[in-house]
Design a binder for this molecule. Sequence first.
Ligand code: ADP
Ligand code: MG
Length: 235
Amino acid sequence: MSIDVSGLTKTFGDFVALDDVTVSLPTGQLTALLGPSGGGKSTLLRVIAGLDTADRGTVTIEGREATNLPARKRNVGFVFQHYAVFKHMTVAKNVAFGLEIRKRPKAEIAQRVDELLELVHLSQFRDRMPSQLSGGQRQRMALARALAVEPTVLLLDEPFGALDAKVRKELRDWLRRLHDEVHTTTIFVTHDQEEALEVADEIVVINEGRVEQIGSPDELYDNPANDFVMRFLGE
Ligand code: ADP
Ligand code: MG
């Protein structure tokens, strides 16, 4: 079981954003999708999420053919770089949103929201409005909201990219610990090599729409035969 994409090709006019991408990401793994800006990371994530369709190729999520399923039927949680929060709702209401629209029983929602807020260390902020949170707290809230519906797959597109370096570091450590608790199959997009090395079980390097390298952080970092380090340090 895993996320399997096979032969994914996506063009925008003459431009090839994804060029025959085939990759298999095991269940429970935290994968970093690493590459320079414009490399195709977000496009790949959007195609996996069902927010965009590829020209060719297939997406299989946990053994289930998903290529033609709409996003809402893929059971995918998504967190973007720029906070997609409901500004007029409290933190607790934001986290409850996915459960409310699925009409889950009230008691179940209340309990689940309590658990999630604890998981992301926001229990004491439950009645605040998002505008009263720091950037890092808001992204933790967004993660709790994405996790609320127990997604099969969690897709994080540069979730900490808009934050300053210190908070980013804290959040990446936190995400690593969180993942060790929830084990949700996760793809974490970043163009920051250090972030990928520190957070991921496995790194997939994507550039110009192609998968260039795949390996554990140790494999990629320690292997002098590849230009992994040099490529991104130069940016
Ligand atoms: P990354 O997330 O790695 O920075 P993207 O997947 O966002 O890269 O984009 C890859 C390439 O595809 C970029 O050159 C981008 O300009 C192009 N692209 C992405 N989305 C569209 C679109 N909707 N229309 C036209 N070009 C697009
Ligand atoms: Mg992107």
